[in-house]
Design a binder for this molecule. Structure first.
Ligand code: A3P
Length: 293
């Protein structure tokens, strides 16, 4: 198991309706404005994820689909301008001035999402990932990001993660809240594991959901430029443009490993058993089976 052997300046979270948020990026006003005033347009597409579940990957895929596989746009505009995070003050401003059709991003739980969504035909793409891999990715990202609390040891972080005491709250609440939309025509969900197993097939499904027709060559290009290797090189997506006061680039990179099952390299047998027990308790009653179940 990994131990963190350094100290970070202490970071406090903003609690909004019981959910912790990193309050450098997110304010009570931006959350309130997003929830109550932000108007969804019928041709909006929102990428919704719990952190570390494949947000930037989906943003790259949608950016490439929008451009029919041409990477010029995803290679020239930072990801947060292409698909702004609507719960952040800056992202909200960018979203409001973006011309339609907009691609938006959000990490918030369903109950905090803009109320206007339910009165619109806007589309949601919900991407979720094996929570054990989310835990590990989140743990390492917390060491880099100065917006997130020092994760401490993995054991300590796992405890906070399982009790929902981390930025953006409980993975379980997030998944249960959003998956309740399953079956609605404007809600599509996909797992990181499916993207990883079959990126081409996943891109085709996403195109179908969005009503976009791409030819075979265009899909090949989306798949090529959304690969881990290409995205790691794309400075508009790999977070290398994030300034040092927000991310400590000396400690690692955002595009860390990009694999499924890295948790096996980190969790001990008792930790894994404990995780499974909590998972079963908290997911009891869910009628969806995921690739990791
Ligand atoms: P790891 O830390 O496990 O490597 P998010 O964008 O929601 O913060 O998720 C980040 C995770 O997605 C990181 O996982 C990152 O490496 C992974 N990722 C990003 N682009 C990817 C791609 N093209 N292929 C596979 N994984 C990708």
């Amino acid at each position: 198991m990994s131990n963190s052997s350094f100290t970070m300046p202490s970071v406090e979270y903003l609690s909004y309706k019981g959910v912790p948020f990193p309050h450098v990026a997110v304010t009570e006003e931006s959350l309130d404005q997003m929830e109550n005033e932000f108007r969804f347009l019928n041709d909006d597409v929102a990428i919704v994820t719990y952190p570390k579940s494949g947000t930037i990957w989906m943003s790259e895929i949608l950016g490439l689909i929008r451009q029919k596989g041409d990477p010029a746009w995803t290679h020239s505009l930072p990801m947060w301008d292409r698909s702004p995070w609507i719960e952040t003050s800056l992202g909200l401003k960018i979203a409001l001035r973006s011309p339609p059709p907009r691609v938006l991003c959000s990490h918030v739980q369903f109950q905090l999402f803009p109320k206007s969504f339910l009165q619109s035909n806007a589309k949601i793409i919900y991407t979720l990932r094996n929570p054990k891999d989310v835990l590990i990715s989140f743990y390492y990202f917390s060491m880099l990001s100065r917006l997130f609390k020092d994760p401490g040891t993995l054991e300590e972080f796992m405890e906070e993660f399982l009790s929902g005491n981390v930025a953006y709250g409980s993975w379980f609440d997030h998944v249960k809240g959003w998956m309740a939309l399953k079956g609605r025509p404007n809600f599509f969900y996909i797992t990181y594991e499916e993207l990883w197993q079959d990126l081409r097939g996943s891109v085709e499904k996403i195109c179908h959901f969005l009503g976009k027709e791409l030819n075979s060559q265009q899909i090949d290009s989306v798949v090529e430029y959304a690969s881990f290797r290409k995205m790691k090189e794309n400075k508009m997506s790999n977070f290398s443009l994030i300034p040092d006061h927000l991310m400590d680039h000396k400690r690692g990179t955002f595009m860390r490993k990009g694999i499924c099952g890295d948790w096996k390299n980190h969790l001990t047998v008792p930790q894994n058993k404990y995780f499974d027990r909590v998972y079963q308790e908290k997911m009891w009653g869910m009628n969806t089976t995921f690739p990791w179940d």
